[in-house]
Design a protein around this ligand. Structure first.
Ligand SMILES: Nc1ncnc2c1ncn2[C@@H]1O[C@H](COP(=O)(O)OP(=O)(O)O)[C@@H](O)[C@H]1O
Ligand SMILES: [Mg+2]
Length: 270
């Protein structure tokens, strides 16, 4: 894994006075947020609250109207795509699966940032791909056409693509969408393991609040273009925050097994 060369004391990611907009539709007007190295941070918020927009700005898929994003202390603007891709891997909310592509080929795309005109495929690339296939439990499916995978397998294949990139920062937008509960758990366990074993900094978006609480060090709740709560899962998942950010009446109880907060919704507020 590459070691970031600059700003060794800087957070993995920093948003500074960030203004994010689509034309004249402003989603965030002045956002400051830091993502600590080695942490798992999950953005939560209602549909349309701006979670993907923020993740896209962190991943330089969306240019800020003003303000800046720093990666290990260096502004994203001015860095080459390859430079960024060696440090940060992004799984978008709706990745497009290419036609007629074997799983191994798809996962190999994660190695592109490590190639150049002078630096073609090496054994280290094969090792990284094999490792990513192994961690996601896809070794036996490596020669299958990606289009033939089940939803859960395909989602794991996309996780494998970003793992093969061996970037120290991962951005995952709803990595568990369309998965049944046991496959959601499986993906999140992989994410947690990567964080623990490699020290990978992970920022993701999840819809399931109880799973977000269980697998994250920190939750950041966004609503109406602002961060309305930010901290450890117990401090963020309070009935008050759930009411303001999600218009949800809910109790929050301790998971008997993990002691993390479980959100028990009652009914929608009118
Ligand atoms: N490409 C786009 N063009 C215009 N508006 C967009 C675009 N993407 C998102 N938006 C709008 O920005 C707001 C935030 O969207 P998004 O970040 O996707 O929310 P979330 O991921 O929290 O559901 C919404 O009002 C959405 O309609
Ligand atoms: Mg989204």
């Amino acid at each position: 894994m590459s070691t970031p060369s600059s700003g060794t004391a800087a957070p993995a990611l920093e948003a500074e006075q960030l203004r994010l907009a689509y034309g004249d539709h402003v989603v965030f007007s002045d956002l400051d947020l830091e993502i600590a190295r080695g942490s798992v941070t999950t953005l939560i918020g209602a549909n349309g609250s701006g979670k993907s927009t923020l993740l896209k700005a962190f991943g330089r898929l969306l240019a800020p109207a003003s303000g800046r994003v720093r990666l290990y202390g260096s502004p994203l603007r001015g860095q080459s795509a390859r430079q960024i891709a060696r440090q940060m891997a992004i799984l978008p909310q709706k990745p497009l699966t290419p036609q007629a592509t074997r799983v191994r080929e798809l996962v190999s795309r994660g190695r592109h940032p490590h190639q150049s005109l002078l630096r073609t495929w090496r054994q280290s690339d094969t090792l990284a791909v094999n490792e990513a296939l192994g961690v996601t439990g896809l070794s036996d499916l490596a020669e299958r056409d990606a289009a033939s995978l089940s939803g859960g397998q395909l989602q794991r294949a996309w996780i494998a693509v970003v793992l093969a990139q061996e970037a120290p920062v991962l951005l995952l937008d709803e990595p568990t969408t369309f998965l049944d509960l046991s496959h959601q758990l499986e993906v999140l366990r992989i994410v947690r393991r990567i964080n623990r074993e490699r020290g990978t900094t992970i920022t993701m978006v999840l819809h399931d609040l109880s799973l977000a609480a269980r697998f994250s060090d920190r939750l950041v709740a966004v609503h109406d273009g602002r961060v309305v709560a930010d901290g450890d899962p117990w401090s963020v998942l309070t009935p008050r925050v759930l009411r303001s950010a999600f218009a949800l009446d809910a109790s929050v109880v301790a998971d008997p097994q993990t002691s993390t907060p479980l959100v028990v919704p009652h009914e929608l507020s009118s």
